[in-house]
Design a binder for this molecule. Sequence first.
Ligand code: ADP
Ligand code: MG
Length: 380
Amino acid sequence: MDARIEALLAQHKLLTDVEPTIVQAPGRVNLLGEHTDYSGGFCMPAALSFNTLIAVSPRTDGVVRVRSVDFDQTAGVEIATLPAKGAGEWKDYPVGVLWALLQRGVAIAGADLTLQGNVPLGSGLSSSASVEVATATALLHVAGVTLTGAEIALLCQKAENLYVGAPCGIMDQFISANGKKDHALALDTRSLSFELAPLPGTVRLVVSNSMVKHSIGGGEYGTRRAEVEAGAAALGVPMLRDATLTDLQRKQSQMPDNVYRRARHVISDSQRVLDGVEALRAGDVRLFGQIMNEAHVSYRDDFEASCDECDLLQTIALALPGCFGARLTGGGFGGCTVNLVEAAASEAFAASLAEKYHAATGIKPDVYVCEIGDGAGVVA
Ligand code: ADP
Ligand code: MG
């Protein structure tokens, strides 16, 4: 048996002797389309083989207990007296999902959950969505209820928005529920229709963590979101999805420069997802890499969501052999860059990138040559 699962089962024994089921839900890396998912636009994430595992056993007494192996803490709640809002703790993520499931009318009699994740926390790879979607998968399993991936994603987003209190879009939860091994997923965040686009076996995704995070409490995320909404209002449309770059240029003088540039990023990045799908359909990894590079420039200059460390990671990457494209991924202001690299060059690329970034900044980055994994499901 896999050592990680064995350790999880040993931890679960601390909670209960009732035979568990094991489920998983992945973290993700976003390839294109940043801050587009609350404008009804397109984005293109891929699920990673980094995930959250949950061992789940049923209970019948109206109690749900959640143990985080990583935090070495157990939280217990009674379904009948569940608070209506989180209190700013890690348990808000799983308890918020329980709350959202109950609100949806799913009957849950109780459960013991032991969770263990290996998605780096707070680095833009969405450990939070992996915890939420794994929790939903686990609780639905013990309730004997089947929901679609889109339904699971929506209720996990609701948990994060309303229970945790983080104003995230649908992307992270959607890819965690619906990802497919070796594929990127181009998502229309308005209709929730999607297309799976295979990444050729000749390339790898390399994720490099700058190890810096410049915003505290997600404040910058909220500011950007407000600017994007101001852009839609200035254009007289419900969401930026409803406007083109031509519409935007026409009304440039009627909005502040920062709002104009934020909107230009969102509208052009959404288009880059469609261009990226075309490139992958044609198997053109060079073109896909160029689109990633353009996306970085837009995110850096128009959206002003990058930082010196991530710009440096991108610059170093592009000068290394075998790199087709590199960009900051995730919510911004630090976190990770994602690189599209020739498979045969990927290990040497990862080592050189780490060494050069360390030499320039004194910071040792975590660099991963990634596998694209499957969306959530039962593993054992
Ligand atoms: P990201 O989603 O980019 O990793 P977030 O700040 O959105 O960063 O989510 C991180 C939070 O999710 C953690 O602070 C914690 O509350 C919760 N979380 C993630 N993984 C775990 C885990 N293995 N055990 C307990 N809580 C976790
Ligand atoms: Mg998150």
